[in-house]
Design a binder for this molecule. Structure first.
Ligand SMILES: [Zn+2]
Length: 208
C-alpha cells in the first residue's frame, strides 16, 4: 500500500513540478557529469562537489537492499576522503581542515508542500478511445527519481599558488563518472574547466 501511495505522490509531484520552472530539479543533471567548484581565498582552498548518484554508485533510486545501503555507505566514506580523490601538489602544502559528504534524493520526503489541488483539463470530451496507456504512469514516476552526492572540503594550503596540476584519481574510484565541470574562483575572478576520464588533470598554472 505504501508504495502505491508513494508512486501516486511522486506522479503528482512530477506533474506539478514540471510547471515550476524556478525550482532546481535534480533531473536537470546529466548522468556521467558532475560539478566541482574550487574557491581559493588566501590560504583556504574550498571545494564543493555535486555528482549524480548514477556516477558514484550506479543507481539513483532510494536504497532498497542491504547491497544498495552498503554501496552508498562506502561511497560516502570515499567521498569524505578528498586526498584519495584529488591529488594536490606537495609544494602547495595543503592539509584537509574539513570534509563532509551526503546524499540528496529527489522526492524522498517533503511531499507535504502545499501544491494545491490542480486538476488537469485536457479539454477533450471524448475519452472513449483511450483504453490504454494509463499504466505507464507508475513506471515514468519511478524512472524520474534522481539523486546526487554532495561533498564539501576545506583545505588550508601554505602556498596555494603552487597547486599547479591537480590529478583526479576520482575517475578511477567511480566507474560511472565521465566528466567534471570545474569552476575555479580566485580573487581575480572565475574560470571554467572540464576534467574528463580521458584527461583527468586540471592545470591551474595559468591562474597565478
Ligand atoms: Zn539522475
Amino acid at each position: 500500500m505504501k508504495s502505491t501511495l508513494a508512486l501516486t505522490a511522486a506522479a503528482a509531484l512530477l506533474a506539478t513540478t514540471a510547471l515550476a520552472e524556478d525550482t532546481r530539479q535534480l533531473d536537470a543533471h546529466e548522468h556521467g557529469t558532475g560539478a566541482l567548484d574550487i574557491a581559493i581565498d588566501g590560504t583556504t582552498v574550498a571545494m564543493e562537489l555535486r555528482v549524480p548518484g548514477a556516477d558514484i554508485v550506479g543507481f539513483e533510486h532510494a536504497a532498497e537492499s542491504d547491497e544498495d545501503r552498503a554501496a552508498i555507505a562506502e561511497a560516502l566514506t570515499t567521498l569524505s576522503t578528498p586526498t584519495d580523490l584529488f591529488g594536490l601538489s606537495d609544494a602547495a602544502g595543503c592539509t584537509v581542515e574539513a570534509a563532509t559528504a551526503d546524499l540528496e534524493t529527489e522526492g524522498a520526503e517533503d511531499h507535504d508542500h502545499d501544491h494545491g489541488d490542480h486538476t488537469e483539463e485536457h479539454g477533450h470530451d471524448d475519452h472513449g478511445h483511450d483504453d490504454h496507456g494509463h499504466e505507464d504512469h507508475a513506471e515514468e514516476a519511478e524512472g524520474a527519481t534522481h539523486s546526487e552526492f554532495h561533498a564539501e572540503y576545506t583545505h588550508d594550503c601554505t602556498a596555494p599558488e603552487e597547486l599547479g596540476t591537480i590529478t583526479f584519481a576520482y575517475f578511477d574510484l567511480f566507474e560511472g563518472a565521465q566528466e567534471l565541470e570545474v569552476q575555479v574562483v580566485t580573487g581575480d575572478g572565475a574560470q571554467a574547466f572540464e576534467v574528463t576520464r580521458d584527461a583527468p588533470t586540471l592545470d591551474l598554472g595559468g591562474l597565478f
